[in-house]
Design a protein around this ligand. Structure first.
Ligand code: AP5
Ligand code: MG
Length: 212
């Protein structure tokens, strides 16, 4: 299975991808996480993109495409989270032959609440929400015990910029996949459990399973 999951900032892409990864045995590749890992490691790319990611703009297409393509090489079953986000990226990965694009649709007001309460573990991998998905121990990751932090781009100014970029650059990508009849739109305004249940039904009913 080769799928991509798109949606506005805070729509729940990472939250559902973690679950899909386990259930459908997919490699979960978040473009945002790949980029943040470069920043954390202070690589040449990391130093170049740090200010761009922190203010909420998209990093240059060729950098993101290069990082994602290197990771999917030789892989059969994967889930791309937050990629492709521009028409250029979508066109440059036609050779991946993505089977389905999942689009998480949710209102701006709802995602602002989600982002304001989001906490991420120090490893950058596990997401929580102070109200909706709280950790068992306050301030600690349930899975690896590391501290829970706020993402640098989860500040009001960067959140607004991420929305602006989503509307301008990524909405056309959603329309592009809709026209190609590979888009599955999911109402992501419900609880995490309800959103995931909808996705499960959708993927199973479309005849997708990990053996494909
Ligand atoms: P990225 O990391 O992808 O950020 P994003 O798109 O803004 O999305 P988020 O990760 O903030 O949200 P999410 O949809 O994963 O939601 P989550 O599950 O965490 O990208 C960051 C940056 O990297 C970009 O701004 C750009 O600079 C760069 N970048 C990335 N991809 C790029 C590309 N392709 N090209 C160029 N640049 C790129 O959930 C959010 C919160 O809500 C959590 O607290 C969670 O616990 C909670 N929650 C989740 N689901 C629910 C629910 N159903 N109900 C209540 N709460 C929920
Ligand atoms: Mg995410």
């Amino acid at each position: 299975m080769r799928i991509s999951i798109l949606g506005p900032p805070g729509s729940g892409k990472g939250t559902v991808s973690d679950k899909l990864e386990k259930e459908f045995h997919l490699l979960h590749l978040s473009a945002g996480e790949l980029l943040r890992a470069q920043i954390k490691k202070k690589t040449k790319i990391g130093r170049q993109i740090k200010p761009i990611v922190e203010r909420g703009d998209l990093v240059p297409d060729d950098i993101t495409i290069g990082l994602v393509k290197a990771k999917v090489k030789g892989q059969k079953h994967y889930l791309l989270d937050g990629f492709p986000r521009t028409l250029y990226q979508a066109q440059k990965i036609q050779d991946l032959h993505l089977e389905k694009i999942l689009y998480l649709s949710v209102s701006q007001q709802q995602v602002i609440e989600r982002l304001a309460g989001r906490r991420v573990c120090e490893q950058g991998k596990h997401n929580y929400h102070l109200l909706y998905i709280p950790p068992k121990i306050v301030g600690r990751c349930d899975i690896d015990g590391s501290r829970l932090l706020q993402r640098k781009d989860d500040n009001p100014q960067a959140i607004l910029e991420r929305f602006r970029v989503f509307r301008k650059q990524t909405r056309p990508v959603i329309d592009y996949f809709k026209k190609r009849k590979v888009l599955i739109t999911i109402d992501a305004s419900a609880t995490p459990e309800a959103v995931y249940a909808k996705l499960q039904v959708m993927l199973k009913s479309k005849g997708h399973n990990h053996s494909r």
